[in-house]
Design a protein around this ligand. Structure first.
Ligand SMILES: C[S@@+](CC[C@H](N)C(=O)[O-])C[C@H]1O[C@@H](n2cnc3c(N)ncnc32)[C@H](O)[C@@H]1O
Length: 264
């Protein structure tokens, strides 16, 4: 089950943003710290447009990829994207709460920017646990929006961050990253590694990251302006200030991501 009002929507620009997003995180987050031997049967739950599956297939040749998503439009885009990327994967339309696979079907389950959107993350993780072989691994990656900091900040940037936290909390979990290790324990996983990654971007990295963060926030802007107490003009000013951060002397931008891992 998806939470009401998926904040990013399913339009083509959003689908293309997911592809750019996976590219953005290819080395520093998806590949970094990941070990997948050839032959590994990997399931991505909430695979969206196949952007992460494509990166995994390219970075770890010889793994067997399967993806599920609840939204047929995402899977249609994913089929084209994976073909263009030269990566083979089997895709299924399914709800993460009822994965259409037998017990112990996979060696690895991957979830990325996904649990923040679901109403019952622990129930989803329990089904992931069920489809993993004993000793199989899970990688789950989420952010906590309240950890986002900009320096020097402006009232409009602060309003934008507050709106994003409120928007994610209203439609899912704004603090999924911080909650991940606890959710994994509750779902029955062992050897949970929190995988906390605090990022602080400056200098050359800042331009890239400020653009990336602005794109993520902009993709949710329509949903954010519907929230009580938000001011459309102020949120747009926040986006402008964030994009201009790189021009400020000594500027920085950061947030905390969790790349949590655990075993069945
Ligand atoms: C932000 S996208 C992330 C996609 C992909 N993991 C990535 O990083 O590019 C979240 C995806 O989760 C899917 N989704 C939401 N709730 C779901 C559910 N209950 N079961 C399966 N997929 C779901 C949405 O349709 C969407 O494609």
């Amino acid at each position: 089950m998806t939470m009401p009002g998926y904040v990013h929507g399913y339009g083509t620009p959003e689908q293309e943003r997911l592809v750019e997003q996976a590219e953005h995180w290819r080395h520093r987050l998806i590949r970094d710290g990941t070990q997948l031997a050839p032959g590994t049967r990997l399931l991505e739950v909430g695979c969206g447009v196949g952007a992460v599956l494509a990166v995994l297939g390219q970075e770890f040749p010889g793994i067997q990829l399967v993806g599920v998503d609840i939204e047929p439009k995402q899977l249609e885009f994913a089929r084209g994207h994976l073909e263009r990327a030269g990566v083979e994967a089997s895709l299924f339309e399914a709800d993460a709460l009822a994965l259409p696979f037998g017990d112990e079907s996979f060696d690895h389950v991957w979830m990325m920017w996904f649990l923040e959107h679901v109403a019952e993350p622990v129930a989803v993780l329990r089904d992931a646990h069920r489809v993993l072989v004993p000793g199989g691994a899970i990688t789950a990656i989420e952010v906590d929006y309240s950890t986002c900091r900009a320096e020097p900040s402006t009232p409009a940037i602060e309003a934008l961050i507050r709106a994003m936290v409120a928007g994610m909390a209203a439609s899912g979990w704004s603090d999924a990253g911080t909650r991940l290790p606890g959710w994994l324990h509750e779902a029955g996983f062992r050897d949970v590694d929190e995988g906390e990654r605090p990022y602080w971007w400056q200098d050359d990295d800042l331009a890239v990251q400020a653009r990336y963060a602005s794109d993520v926030l902009e993709s949710a802007l329509d949903a954010l302006t519907q929230l009580p107490g938000t001011d459309d003009a102020e949120l747009r000013a926040g986006l402008r200030d964030l994009r201009a951060l790189v021009d400020q002397p000594g500027a920085g931008l950061g947030w905390v991501v969790h790349k949590s891992t655990a075993l069945r």
